[in-house]
Design a protein around this ligand. Structure first.
Ligand SMILES: [Zn+2]
Length: 354
C-alpha cells in the first residue's frame, strides 16, 4: 500500500515569506528548515510535499494593510490596492525569483525549477522537490511583454494576470463576502494580448483571482485548458474568490482543473479566517468539485504561507491528516494519485505543450 502519495500543489507563497525575512541567506534558511510559516525543505520532506507552483507576488500590505485583519465580521469588503507600474514591481519580482534560483543552486540537487512536465515527473520519482515558477499578479510584466519573454526563458511557466489589485491586463476580485465574482470589467486589450502570448510561449494562465468577466474573456480567447490554481466552490462559501457552477462547467469542458485552496476563509460557509476549521469542510469542497469537474479536474492548491489553513494540517509537515481524511472518504490509490499530483502534471503538460 502506497500510503505516502506525493503532493504536488497549485499554489504557495513561501517566496514572499522568505523575501520578508530581509536576509540575503533566506534561501539557506529554507533548505536548513527555519520552522517558520508553512513550508521549508525539511518539513516538506516530512509531509510528502513533492513541490508545486511557487508564486512571485508583489505585496500590497503597505497600501491597504493586513487583508486577513480586514476580513473579520459577518460580511466584509476589503478596498482594492492602487495599481502599480512594471518598473515599480520589477525589482521585487526579480528578488523573489532570485530566491527560488538560489534555493535550487544551493540545494545540491534536492530542489529543481521545472520547465516541462517530464521534469516534474522525474523529480517526483527521485524525491527531488519540483518547483514551478508562477507569477501571481502580472504587475512586473510590461505592456510590450518584453519581461514576459525574458521570464519565460528564465523558467516562468504560469501567470495569474491579476491578484486583487488591478493591473494593465485586467481586474481581480476584491476580497468580499458574501458576494459573487462578477465585480468589474473584463480583460483590457493588453490582457487579451497577454493571453495570446502565454498560449504561444506555453505559459499556463491562472484564473484564480480574476473577476468573472475576465474569466470569460480568458475562456473565450485561450486555447489552453482553464486553470484555477487555488480557488474553491462558491455554492459552499460565497466569497468573491470562489468559482460559480457556470465557471466550474467551463473549466470541465476545457479539460482544465481547480486546486483546492486550504485558506479557511474560502472554505467556511461563513467566510471567516479561523484555524479551527475541520478537514471535513475541505472534503465538502472536494466532493463538490469532483461532482462538477470529474476526478480528473481536481487537485490541491494549498496557499501555504499565504493564508490561514486548518490547524489539523498546521503546515506542510501535516499533510498526512489530509491524506488520511481522503482515505477515510474511500478514495483509492488511483484516485489519490490523480488528486495529489497526476492531474496537475497532465494539465500543465497540455498548457505548456511540453
Ligand atoms: Zn492567491
Amino acid at each position: 500500500m502506497t500510503d505516502r502519495i506525493p503532493i504536488f500543489d497549485g499554489h504557495n507563497d513561501v517566496l514572499l515569506r522568505l523575501l520578508n525575512k530581509k536576509n540575503d541567506r533566506a534561501h539557506e534558511h529554507f533548505l536548513a528548515g527555519d520552522g517558520e510559516g508553512h513550508i521549508d525543505l525539511p518539513r516538506a520532506k516530512a509531509g510528502g510535499f513533492a513541490g508545486g507552483m511557487f508564486a512571485v507576488y508583489i505585496s500590497s500590505r503597505d497600501d491597504i494593510g493586513d487583508v486577513e485583519e480586514m476580513m473579520k465580521g459577518s460580511s466584509y469588503d476589503v478596498p482594492l490596492p492602487r495599481i502599480i507600474s512594471s518598473t515599480e514591481a520589477l525589482p521585487t519580482a526579480l528578488a523573489m525569483m532570485a530566491i527560488l534560483f538560489r534555493i535550487e543552486r544551493a540545494s545540491q540537487g534536492q530542489v529543481k525549477v521545472c520547465r516541462t512536465a517530464q521534469e516534474i515527473r522525474t523529480c517526483i520519482d527521485k524525491g527531488v522537490m519540483a518547483t514551478v515558477l508562477h507569477i501571481e499578479g502580472a504587475e512586473a510584466i510590461d505592456e510590450k511583454l518584453d519581461s514576459l519573454e525574458v521570464f519565460y526563458q528564465a523558467g516562468l511557466r504560469s501567470i495569474g494576470p491579476v491578484w486583487s489589485r488591478p493591473t494593465i491586463f485586467g481586474h481581480g476580485v476584491p476580497f468580499r463576502y458574501p458576494a459573487g465574482p462578477d465585480t468589474g470589467p473584463g480583460l483590457t486589450d493588453a490582457g487579451k494580448a497577454l493571453v495570446k502570448a502565454c498560449n504561444e510561449l506555453g505559459i499556463a494562465i491562472d484564473l484564480s483571482h480574476l473577476n468573472e468577466k475576465g474569466f470569460w474573456d480568458v475562456a473565450r480567447l485561450s486555447k489552453a485548458p482553464l486553470i484555477a490554481t487555488h480557488s474553491n466552490v462558491h455554492a459552499i462559501c460565497q466569497h468573491t474568490r470562489n468559482l460559480t457552477d457556470r465557471q466550474l462547467a467551463a473549466i470541465r469542458d476545457s479539460g482544465g482543473m481547480v486546486g483546492l485552496n486550504f485558506a479557511t476563509c474560502f472554505l467556511r460557509a461563513d467566510g471567516q479566517v479561523d484555524p479551527h476549521t475541520p478537514i471535513d469542510q475541505m472534503l465538502r469542497h472536494i466532493d463538490y468539485l469532483v461532482q462538477h469537474l470529474g476526478i480528473e479536474g481536481v487537485g490541491l492548491g494549498s496557499d501555504f504561507d499565504g493564508a490561514v489553513v486548518p490547524a489539523e494540517i498546521g503546515d506542510v509537515s501535516g499533510l498526512d491528516s489530509l491524506r488520511s481524511a481522503l482515505r477515510k472518504r474511500g478514495f483509492t490509490d488511483d484516485v489519490m494519485r490523480k488528486l495529489c499530483h497526476e492531474n496537475w502534471i497532465r494539465v500543465l503538460e497540455r498548457s505548456w505543450g511540453a
